[in-house]
Design a protein around this ligand. Structure first.
Ligand SMILES: [Ca+2]
Ligand SMILES: [Ca+2]
Length: 260
């Protein structure tokens, strides 16, 4: 009876983990690019299948929230993605990632040219210290800050959505900030600006940000809050480990019982 219970618990833990993985993986509708950073040999690989393999300069593979992440030293490490193609400039858009940093000033991701105040990005610090901000502009940068203190050195999930004039940020799947910009023709994907992670040299004196980045996704549609919640699911390694131990132990018990 005890063995059956452990056996069942093992299966349940593995099933839950598999469901979480499937839940993340099937969010492929409108997926433009996805960088999981899981491959040691090719950490910049675009896992969406759309071929936007990024150039990884200096950043190194590290333990991530899902598989591997990339670690950035804040000195000269960066990731630069290829220019997006495809013709359309969607005003429906989502960018999501997992990050971990204790910086009070820096740059997470985006494509923003400070010399012309054009583009979009998610930055840390600047207008309000220790808060992530959306910065958006076509000739004049506009911005809003998250209400949450974010540079605590722990993993957090961040999502930026654009639905026409309305820009929203979600922090650990909770809606945290909105920015309403009337008819601002910001080029989300098609422009001469590359999307960069953890670096924008033209914006801050020290343009590089130290920390970790994992599971960066770009969509050409607005993800619902429910979908963002699915992407922010944290794997449960403890449950997985206990489940695996229980599973192996019960298998061993069953084989031992049969042998007697
Ligand atoms: Ca990963
Ligand atoms: Ca370096």
């Amino acid at each position: 009876m005890k063995t059956q219970w452990i056996y069942g618990a093992g299966w349940l833990a593995i099933l839950m983990l598999a469901m979480a993985n499937v839940s993340m993986a099937d969010l492929s509708d409108g997926l433009v690019a996805r960088w999981s950073f899981d491959s040691y040999a090719d950490p910049g690989h675009d896992d969406s299948g759309n071929g936007y393999d990024a150039t990884v300069n200096g950043a190194t593979p590290a333990q991530g929230i899902w598989g591997n992440a990339l670690s950035f030293d804040g000195v000269d490490d960066e990731v630069v993605t290829p220019l997006f193609s495809g013709g359309s400039t969607p005003d429906a858009f989502t960018a999501t990632c997992w990050f971990k940093s204790d910086e009070s000033n820096g740059y997470l991701f985006g494509k923003y040219d400070d010399s012309t105040d054009t583009g979009w990005g998610v930055v840390l610090g600047s207008a309000v210290a220790d808060r992530f901000q959306i910065i958006v502009g076509v000739g004049d940068g506009d911005r809003t800050s998250l209400g949450t203190f974010v540079n605590d050195g722990a993993w957090h999930h961040l999502a930026l959505t654009r639905d026409g004039d309305l820009w929203d940020m979600y922090f650990d799947a909770v809606h945290d900030a909105s920015l309403d910009l009337e008819m601002l023709a910001v080029d989300m994907l098609d422009s001469d600006l590359a999307l960069t992670f953890m670096q924008r040299a033209d914006y801050f004196t020290a343009g590089f940000t130290s920390g970790y980045l994992d599971e960066v996704r770009i969509y050409d549609r607005v993800l619902s809050s429910a979908e963002i919640e699915r992407l922010s699911v944290v794997p449960a390694p403890g449950a997985f480990l206990l489940g695996t131990i229980g599973f192996l132990y019960s298998g061993w018990r069953l084989r031992r019982r049969k042998a007697h």
